[in-house]
Design a binder for this molecule. Structure first.
Ligand SMILES: Nc1ncnc2c1ncn2[C@@H]1O[C@H](COP(=O)(O)OP(=O)(O)OP(=O)(O)O)[C@@H](O)[C@H]1O
Length: 368
């Protein structure tokens, strides 16, 4: 059992003027797989390194199982870390790389051998134990790095962009590998990435960060369906959510150009109750909430636009259509049957029951 408590943690680097991490407050339960996600420079790695003990904490406390760890050295935190660049010892064999931290901790030979062979077996490395890192593929090296963490049998794994040096295909298979390892070992894991797909597929809970601050903490479903602000809505999901600058007259929304639609009654009522009548706001619509099936267009005639296809990409079962209506661009992910070519004039239906609305000034969510 392990519990990690990050209590209002701040980090300011010695020569920096601003905090790199501010008021980071998170409580992690045993066996959770937590993913920190956000754009470059948002403070993900700094936070992870403070947990590992590789960076000092400027303010706030870090507790593991109730014990404050701020002044405990990295060696004594009983944490195993996997880095982006693998950090393997080039002159050592795979076996010795995996055995190294156990030797340092004076485990006996038999125990080391048992642990290394068992980890190698489950990672498909058993036949490569005598090789040097230089003679391995990128994916195999990353497996060795994971193996090194696994043999430690540490109660906490920290992973900093462990897949970012791999090509796209390998990244997907190693992602599944990491998910499997977690299902099997159930080690409490904190994983840093800027890739929202990795976050969505691996996490039990996602922590979305921007500018050193937590924006939202939630399950992948929560952050996808109920983003708390426009930043989270735009960061999570691919292709990105479409945003429209609109005004609302109490019943209709309009972008002053080609988009004018009547809102479903419940949605209009909510915006009216929250005081957004005759105000400007931002509407967000996910690409999959744009429809081209005739049945949808027939059912919701007041939620359609006449658009022109700008770019079309057939992906197999679905196609991505980038469309333009009077200068407003948006992207829809539609059934491949509704594929169109650039230049085609099409009718696109907006599922406004699934629309998200944001305050234009604060960018905070008004309604999901
Ligand atoms: N040693 C340092 N000294 C001063 N500033 C630093 C130092 N390390 C990081 N920073 C700053 O702290 C902020 C957060 O950096 P951090 O590396 O934690 O971000 P990140 O979200 O992990 O980004 P990336 O995905 O690019 O690794 C950035 O503005 C960065 O420039």
């Amino acid at each position: 059992m392990v519990k990690i408590d990050l209590n209002h943690i701040y980090k300011k680097y010695p020569n920096a003027t601003d905090y790199s991490v501010s008021d980071f407050d998170l409580h992690i339960d045993d066996q959770e797989f937590i993913v920190f996600v956000g754009p470059s420079g948002c403070g993900k790695s700094t936070t992870l390194r403070m947990i590992a003990g590789l960076e000092d904490i400027s303010k706030g406390t870090l507790a593991i199982d109730g014990k404050v760890m701020n002044d405990v050295g990295p060696r004594d935190r009983n944490i195993a870390m996997v880095f982006q660049n693998y950090a393997l010892y080039p002159h050592m064999s795979v076996y010795d790389n995996m055995a190294f931290s156990l030797k340092l901790r004076h485990y006996d030979k038999g125990e080391i051998d048992k642990r290394v062979k068992s980890a190698a077996q489950s990672l498909g490395l058993a036949h490569l134990l005598e090789r040097r890192p230089a003679d391995l593929s990128g994916g195999q090296r990353q497996r060795v790095a994971l193996g090194r963490a696994i043999v430690r049998d540490a109660p906490i794994f920290l992973m900093d962009e462990p897949l970012s040096n791999l090509d796209a295909k390998l990244r997907v298979s190693m992602r599944a590998e990491i998910a499997k390892i977690h299902q099997k070992l159930k080690t409490t894991t904190i994983y840093v990435t800027h890739d929202q797909t990795e976050a969505m597929t691996l996490a039990s809970r996602i922590v979305v960060m921007n500018n050193g601050r937590i924006q939202q903490i939630g399950t992948p479903k929560e952050v996808y369906n109920k983003p708390v602000n426009q930043f989270v809505a735009g960061f999570i999901g691919s292709p990105q959510m479409n945003f429209f600058d609109i005004s609302f007259d109490g019943a209709y929304i309009s972008d002053g150009k080609g988009v004018k639609m009547r809102l479903p009654e419940g949605r209009a009522k909510e915006l009216n109750e929250k005081g957004y009548k005759d105000k400007k706001l931002v509407m967000g619509l996910r690409p999959e909430d744009i429809h081209m099936e005739q049945a949808f267009l027939d059912t919701w005639p007041e939620s359609t636009v006449d658009a022109e296809v700008v770019v079309s990409e057939l992906l197999g079962a679905t196609s991505q259509l980038y469309m333009n209506v009077d200068g407003t661009e948006f992207v829809g992910v539609v059934n491949a049957r509704d594929f169109h070519h650039p230049g085609d004039n099409v009718k696109a239906g907006f599922n406004l029951n699934s629309a998200h609305f944001f305050d234009k000034d604060t960018h905070v969510t008004i309604s999901n």
